[in-house]
Design a protein around this ligand. Structure first.
Ligand code: MTE
Ligand code: MO
Length: 434
């Protein structure tokens, strides 16, 4: 091992007093005394738990979009057997999506330092020669390619989507969805192969055993390490500190008020919502969505409702004459941010279904906004969502008329659903369609 393995013809340069091979394919090129199976094992076990939670909450998020109501909500029509697990997203508990998606995004951000440290800890293996020693070795390396590539892809697309406000509105869902399956499949193979060793390493470490860690037994350990500037334990604390910092500047996005201001890394939406009853997070302002103020005025606006017995058109006064109901529900965005419960007031979706002959066993509904361009101006709600007594076409929030940015004259609000289904500036409801 060591210098001799740099091989003939590999140039060496001098750093301090020692010759260091210039080629990363030589084990002696890697000098950090931190690398070793134990360091890698601790990070690996953290990721085992964390990535599994990310995968499950991610699949849940996909189910929450009502992908069965294709093609309106489903952006992944070719999902095939990957959709085997899908189920009808429930309408309770009312903060369900706030919880699952808050965990998904905040945990994903928090795990970034762990992922990077884990990759750094095994990077010498990438350069091992010969690249393929046998068929099994080749297959193992191929699975690592999917693992590392898939993992980086999922983290990068996730962060871009959160930070850059739906960077790829149409294609993010299929990309992140298929990527998740590739990544997680490779992850399961890797975990099954490595978990016994990782657990043994961590147990030994906790028992304080010196063990026989060294160049001979542990291929991650540098054969000729530089003198340590920080202990392994110190390095793990450093990674944990990075995660704690990201967590501390992200989790506030799931709350209102002063806590939200601690969410320095969270996206802040299209506008400062300001104070007052309408003063909670805004995803896209009326101006950004290109909603015409004249069209959305109480005088001009009409709601068109279609169902089995035909179509009715209602103006605001007619809607206000229908029974008004209240529901305390949050907005919970796929980007991970959410609000606390807001007090919405308006007409029940099932009462609107009853106006057009669909009151007894309300079917799903296709919702269309005044908005003419851009994503999220349509949504499909399931029959269970229409039937829920808390599902409203809201006219007011927190005791005040909806502001233009929150969807005046009327918006959908549904318990436990992702924010993207809570269509603003609603113009048309078609029951039984989709
Ligand atoms: N017409 C329309 N409705 C919409 C959207 C939109 O872009 N256009 N964005 C949706 C998304 S992604 C979210 S998270 C919520 C946010 O609601 P808020 O801006 O009132 O907080 O509105 C939803 N309703
Ligand atoms: Mo959203």
């Amino acid at each position: 091992m060591g210098r001799s393995s740099s091989g003939a013809g590999v140039p060496a340069y001098r750093r301090g007093m020692r010759d260091i091979p210039r080629s990363p394919t030589s084990p002696a090129f890697w000098r950090s005394p931190l690398r070793g199976a134990r360091f890698t094992s601790v990070l690996g076990l953290v990721l085992l738990v964390g990535v599994t939670v990310l995968f499950v909450t991610g699949l849940l998020s996909y189910a929450a979009y009502n992908p069965g109501l294709s093609p309106v909500n489903d952006k992944t029509p070719d999902k095939g057997i990957l959709g085997f697990y899908l189920f009808d997203w429930p309408t309770g508990p009312h903060c369900l999506y706030r919880l699952t998606q808050g965990v998904h995004v905040t945990l994903g951000v928090t795990l970034i330092p762990v992922l990077l440290a884990k990759l750094w800890s095994v990077v010498p293996k990438l350069f091992v020669l010969p690249p393929v020693r046998s068929v099994t070795h080749g297959l193992e390396r191929l699975s690592l390619l999917l693992l590392v590539g898939g993992g980086l892809f999922e983290f990068v697309t996730g962060v871009l989507n959160v930070q850059l406000d739906y960077l790829f509105p149409g294609s993010f869902y299929p990309l992140h969805f298929y990527g998740a399956w590739v990544f997680f499949s490779a992850f399961v193979v890797h975990a099954v192969l490595k978990m016994p060793v990782a657990l043994r390493n961590v147990r030994r470490m906790r028992a304080g055993e010196a063990g026989e860690e060294g160049p001979g037994t542990d291929e991650l350990v540098a054969p000729e390490p530089d003198p340590p500037s920080v202990s392994r334990r110190g390095a793990l604390w450093f990674v944990g500190g990075g995660s704690a910092l990201l967590f501390g500047t992200t989790f506030g996005q799931s709350f209102d008020g002063p806590l939200r201001r601690t969410a320095l890394l969270a996206p802040h939406g299209g506008a400062d919502p300001g104070p007052g009853p309408n003063g909670f997070q805004i995803n896209k302002t009326a101006a950004l969505a290109g909603v015409d103020a004249a069209e959305a005025s109480d005088e001009a606006w009409r709601l068109t409702v279609t169902g089995s017995t035909g179509t009715v058109r209602l103006d605001r006064a007619a809607l206000e004459r229908l029974p008004q109901h209240s529901a305390a529900l949050p907005i919970a965005c796929v980007e991970g941010w959410s609000t606390s419960d807001q007090h919405w007031r308006g007409v029940r979706l099932r009462d609107l279904a009853a106006l057009v002959g669909d009151g007894d066993d309300p079917p799903q509904v296709f919702v269309e906004s005044l908005q003419r361009h851009g994503a999220f101006r349509h949504a499909a709600l399931s029959a269970a969502q229409v039937a829920d007594p808390r599902a409203l076409l809201a006219l007011e929030v927190n005791g005040e008329i909806l502001s233009p940015d929150h969807g005046h004259p009327a918006r959908i609000i549904v318990p436990a659903a992702p924010g993207v289904l809570n269509t603003k500036w609603v113009a048309r409801l078609t029951f039984g369609k989709v």
